[in-house]
Every structure is written in structure tokens, then in C-alpha cells.
Design a protein. Structure first.
Length: 132
């Protein structure tokens, strides 16, 4: 299976009153990783031309360790297709310690401009399966 990596560094505006990353910010990190995956593999261009867009319909996240300002991190994502859904299994690691700080599974459907859930086109399914 393909592991896509996305690096980031914690910024001061992402901290909460405990001086660690606010829980909601992790969802933004994961969103950035997913969009970069679609862009890096040419899927974004394909989806835009077909006018179908990935929409998160489920997100489960487990927080394991805190992140602090300027921690350098990487998100490793393993991709899968289940039925008519695209699944992203994310692990966030602190690059300095190598320790896992959070893990998440995100389920996405492809939605038309009319906001109707679409079947994953076979050619897109095949493209994703080739990289898995």
C-alpha cells in the first residue's frame, strides 16, 4: 500500500490555553495532507475535470501525545477503497522523537456540484488501486 507523507511544523496560532495544539487543529493538518495527496498524484486535476469532489463523511481521531510550538511532524497516510468510499488512514508523528501523536481514519465520498453522492469512476478507482 502507498504511504503518502506530508510534513508540517506547529505554529503559535494553533495553540490553546494549555500551550499545546488545539484538538480541532489536527483536522486541518489531516485535511492538508489529503489535498496534497490528491494534488501530488494527479487525482485533483481529474476530479476537477469530472466535477466531483471528495467530501468527508466520517472522521475518527485518537489523540495520543501533545504537540507543542515548532514541533516538526509528518503525517503518513495509507489509502484504501471500501465499497464506494475512499478511506485515509492517517498517523501523525513527531519527527524529533519519532513518536506517534495521533491517528485517524477518514471516510470520504465523491460528491457532484449538485451535492449528490457519486460512484467512484472506474478509472479513478483503478488509479487509486494502482498506488495502493
Amino acid at each position: 500500500m502507498l504511504k503518502h507523507k506530508h510534513d508540517f511544523e506547529v505554529q503559535g496560532y494553533e495553540l490553546d490555553s494549555f500551550n499545546h495544539v488545539n484538538n480541532a487543529v489536527y483536522l486541518n493538518y489531516l485535511e492538508s495532507a489529503r489535498w496534497n495527496f490528491f494534488k501530488d498524484h494527479g487525482y485533483l486535476e481529474f476530479m476537477m475535470s469530472e466535477r466531483i469532489y471528495p467530501v468527508v463523511i466520517e472522521a475518527h481521531i485518537k489523540y495520543i501525545r501533545e504537540l507543542k510550538i515548532f514541533n516538526k511532524c509528518t503525517i503518513e497516510t495509507v489509502w484504501d477503497i471500501e465499497s464506494n468510499y475512499i478511506i485515509a488512514n492517517h498517523n501523525i508523528r513527531n519527527k524529533d522523537t519519532g513518536l506517534k501523536v495521533a491517528k485517524s481514519t477518514v471516510k470520504m465520498a465523491l460528491v457532484s456540484e449538485e451535492k449528490i453522492i457519486q460512484d467512484i469512476p472506474e478509472n479513478l478507482k483503478n488509479k487509486i488501486k494502482k498506488t495502493i
